[in-house]
Every structure is written in C-alpha cells, then in structure tokens.
Design a protein around this ligand. Structure first.
Ligand code: FAD
Length: 504
C-alpha cells in the first residue's frame, strides 16, 4: 500500500504519457503511472532485427503538410527524429501477378478506379439504408473477384480509406505520410515528452512515479476515491484514475471493475471494432528486389484477399543520404546532408520533388553511406483474419508461405530469408489488437459512451479520439483532452468542498 495519489494513470503508451505530462504541467505532481509491460511506448515499439531498429507498431507519422499542423510531426521535428516521405501512390503500379508479371499501368489504374467507385457506391447505399431511405434505388455493385481487384480492394479498405471517405487526419493535417526510420525509434518521442516532467538520466526514466511491470487487474471505486489492484497483489489508491488501455483490453474483461461498469459503457465498448495489423519483417542475405523510390511499395495479387498482399522495402537509416535526380536537360542535381538542420530543410525539398514530379522524371536515389550495411529487409503487412492465422502458427510456416509468394513475384532463384520477425498484437494480453476502427456508418453515441468517464475513472487512448482514432496523434491528443477533463473535475470537486465548508 502507498499513500494515495491525486491521479493514477494506467498504461504508459502515448496517451498515458501525454496525459501525465499535462497533469504535471498543471501542478499535479503526485501522480503514478502503472504500466503492465517492462517498457513505455505501448503500441510504439522498436525492436532490433537484422542489426537495425524496426518498428513493430506505429511506423508512420500520418497527416502532414495540411492546413493544420500535426502535433506529432512537430514533436518529431523538435526531437530531430529521422523520417522519410512515403509515396504510396506508386504502389498501384507495382502489382505483381502470380507469374511475376507486373500489371500494365492502364489495367491497374482502371481496376483502382473501379474499386474506388464501388466503395463509394457501397457507402452511399449503406448511408441510404441507415437513414431509412429506401426510396432511392441502391445500385448493386459487383464485389471484387479477380486477384488484382481483390488486391486493390484490400489496399483500399485496409490501408487507405482516405480515397473513399474523408479522414480527419488527412483533411486536417495533410495528405502526406512520413516513415519513421530512426535508430532511436519512434519511441524516442515518448522519452522526449517524459523528460519534461519525469526524472530521467541518459535516456532512461528513473522516476519512481513510473512503475513498470504493474499489471492492473482490478479497479474499485467509492464516492471518495479509487483503488487499483495489480496482478501481484499490490494496490494503489488515488482520487482519480486515467485508464489508457486499448479497446481490445477493455473488451477482453482483463480488468474487473467494482462496481461493474454501467451497461451503457460496456455495451459501447463491445461495439467498437478492433483491427489487427501485422508487419512481418524478413531479412535476406542480399537484395533481389528493385530498389528505386517508386518501387518502395509493391503488391501481390492472389486469389485470396489479403494473402501477403502489401510489401514494403525497409528504408535504411543513413548518416548521409544523397539524392541524385536527372533533370530533363540531364543535369545531375545532388542534395546531400549530414547535420540535422539541413536535413530537415532538404527533406522537404525531397518530399516536394517526389510529390510533384514523381510521375514524369526518372529519379534515382543513391545510398552513399549506409550506417547499417547489409540490412536487407522486406516488410509484408497482414491484417485481421490473416494476422490472427499467422499469429497462431509457428514462424517457420509463415516464412515458408512468404517465400512461395516472393518466388511467384521474383522467380525461383531468390535466396531464402535468413530471419523473420512476426509481432503478435492480437495475442498480447496488454493489447488484444492493433487499433480501434469505428464503422463508417456508426452511431456517434457509441463513441461518446466509450469516452465518457464513469465516476472517478476517466478513459483515454487512441479509441477515445473522435477525429483521429487509430493514430499516434489521436492517442497524444486524447491524453491531453482527458487530463483537461480530470483537472476540470478536480476544480469542481474543490469548489463544492469549499462551498460546503463556507456553509458550515
Ligand atoms: P497504447 O500504446 O496501447 O498504450 C496503452 C498501454 O497500456 C500499453 O503500454 C499497455 O502495455 C498498457 N496496459 C495494457 N493493459 C494494462 C494493464 N492491465 N495494466 C497496466 N497497463 C496496461 N499510428 C500511426 O499514427 N501511424 C502508424 O503508422 C501506425 N501504425 C500502427 C501499426 C501497428 C502494428 C499498430 C499496433 C498500431 C499502429 N498505429 C499507428 C496506431 C498507434 O500505434 C496507436 O494509435 C497508439 O500508439 C496508441 O496509443 P495509446 O496510448 O492509446 O495505447
């Protein structure tokens, strides 16, 4: 038992850390952060694989270059995090069939357009139905059936819904996405945040208000306070709890509540969908795939939807990166940089260049000095059913399946992968999935109920961000918003206390 804190934050992912930071900035220093795992970061997590850092969870800063500034992009800029512009739009021109042929761009474009049109039509039909409008004849759309249609449908729905439905991240923060490729990891942003309010030394958090390996299993509340019980039989008391565990953990009933959560709350929790998104990393003895920027992403068209569809060449982290581009007059332009300030400036140049010119100009990027030579890594992304299937099987089976797919695309002579890494977000009892997904046509009440506090328990996390759920910036902003709500509640409680004292 410990002396009661003002606030206990359960979970040290982005939302938990940003919530704690806001509380500390507002004078609440007797806070406690309880984290189940042995590290901070949650779904931001790097691991060493094939000699380099790879991101098992969040990999991109999505929503950059728009009218509003993405706060995570600002944090990244301030911390000097190394990022690279990702141009997904080329992926659709790198669709391989099972015999290794790339679909002609005309066919790819047509199939893409067809898929977008059909997705939009489906959405309209659903809207009409949910609005009770049966008068308008809903057009029947053909479901995708050929391998290329299935591949595009998968990309469209499981990756870039933005083309079908406006997504706040892209409409508000901008359409660009930047891949984080930094040896310190995406999680470096969390350490930078923690530094502002927790005692740290040499990149490590030494503050005893952060308690790792504390698995919360029970939350009891009375009118005067909250008691949090952990798996190892400890308990901690506080005035308020900020609960940042994922929607998957909430659905799994891993944490018991006393009194039980009201029905409106538990029903809302069950209604939110949980997406599973798995990045599988494969290391090879050498590179056999095309290396130019327009080939950074490629797609495999198979008759089973989502079967090892989306591939990505892992960018290396370079201490010096040079970009050569041949202008129409065949002039060689060379940008090179070595210190962070110029890097930032030049990177924007690079991004603009790719963004505007990528389709007309041959572009060639040359890696002058690789900080990690020989990291020949490919990443393939699986989702939902395929993720769960692969999580349940030995990694050697997954490696074998991936090799068959790669040999379909690149021929029988390519070497076997020498190592594989398969993250298991679904089977992780502190995660139970990758991120929330509110059905497009859903009742806004579901969302409000998921977010609403229950007595002294305040809910936060990416799933409580109305506009940006599913993203790092969603979690970050949710933490801030939840803490503001807690501070407001504290203020009200103080007022009523003061009020009753004056009455006496
Ligand atoms: P979490 O990071 O999950 O933090 C919750 C914390 O609570 C965890 O540390 C967990 O260990 C802890 N916890 C759980 N149960 C307990 C318990 N019982 N007791 C104590 N502690 C507990 N977003 C992007 O913006 N860009 C991307 O490219 C991107 N890609 C992604 C790829 C993958 C594979 C995944 C999984 C996610 C991705 N996301 C991406 C989403 C992004 O990572 C999340 O939205 C964000 O990190 C969630 O932060 P959070 O604080 O809400 O939750």
């Amino acid at each position: 038992s410990h002396s009661p804190s003002s606030v206990i934050i359960v979970g040290a992912g982005v939302s938990g850390i940003s919530a704690a930071k806001v509380l500390a900035e507002n004078g609440i220093h007797d806070l406690l952060i309880l984290e189940a795992s042995d590290r901070i970061g949650g779904r931001i997590r790097k691991e060493t694989f094939g000699g380099v850092s790879v991101e098992l969870g969040a990999g991109w800063i999505a929503g950059v270059g728009g009218k509003e500034s993405n706060p995570v992009w600002e944090l990244a800029a301030k911390s000097g995090l190394r990022t690279f512009f990702s141009d997904y739009s080329n992926a659709r021109y790198n669709i391989y069939d099972r015999s290794g042929k790339i679909f002609p761009s005309g066919i790819a474009t047509d199939s893409y357009q067809k898929a977008v049109d059909s997705a939009i039509q489906n959405l309209r039909n659903q809207e009409a139905e949910s609005g009770g409008d049966h008068s308008s004849t809903s057009k029947v759309t053909e479901p995708p059936s050929t391998p290329i249609e299935l591949a595009i449908d998968f990309i469209l729905h499981d990756f870039e819904m933005a083309e079908v439905e406006p997504i706040s991240t892209f409409t508000e923060f901008g359409e660009r996405e930047y891949l984080v490729a930094d040896e310190r990891g995406y999680e470096y942003l969390l350490y930078k945040m923690a530094e502002d309010f927790l005692h740290t030394s040499e990149g490590r958090i030494l503050d005893n208000r952060l308690k790792l390996n504390q698995v919360v299993r029970g939350i009891q509340q009375s009118r005067s306070g909250v008691r949090v019980v952990t798996e190892d039989g400890r308990f901690y008391e506080a005035n308020y709890v900020v609960l940042s565990v994922s929607i998957g953990v909430l659905q799994s009933d891993f944490i018991s509540f006393n009194p039980p959560l009201p029905r409106w709350k538990s029903e809302a929790i069950t209604k939110c969908e949980v997406m599973v998104y798995t990045k599988i990393f494969l290391q090879f003895p050498y590179k056999f795939w095309p290396g130019c920027p327009e080939k950074e992403f490629f797609i495999y068209a198979h008759d089973r939807r989502g079967y090892y569809t989306f591939w990505q060449v892992r960018l290396k982290c370079f201490s010096i990166l040079c970009l050569f581009c041949f202008s129409p007059g065949n002039h060689l332009l060379l940008f090179s940089w070595s210190n962070k300030e110029t890097l930032k400036f030049k990177r924007f140049l690079f991004a603009d260049y790719l963004f505007e010119q990528s389709s007309d100009l041959p572009l060639y990027d040359q890696h002058m000095e690789s900080a990690y030579p020989g990291s020949n890594i490919l990443v393939v992304t699986l989702t939902n059913g395929e993720s769960k299937r692969v999580e349940a099987q030995p990694d050697t089976d997954t490696l074998r399946e991936a090799m068959v797919v790669l040999r379909d695309m690149f021929g029988p002579d390519i070497p076997d992968a020498i190592d594989i890494l398969v993250p298991r977000w679904w089977n992780n009892r502190f995660q139970r999935g990758s991120y929330s997904n509110y059905p497009i046509i859903s009742n806004p009440q579901v969302f409000y109920n998921i977010k609403a506090p229950v007595g002294r328990i305040f809910f936060t996390g990416e799933h409580t961000s109305e506009r940006f759920n599913g993203y790092v910036h969603g979690a970050y902003l949710a933490g801030i918003e939840t803490s503001r709500a807690v501070l407001e509640e504290m203020r009200k409680e103080r007022e009523t206390e003061d009020g009753s004292q004056t009455q006496l």
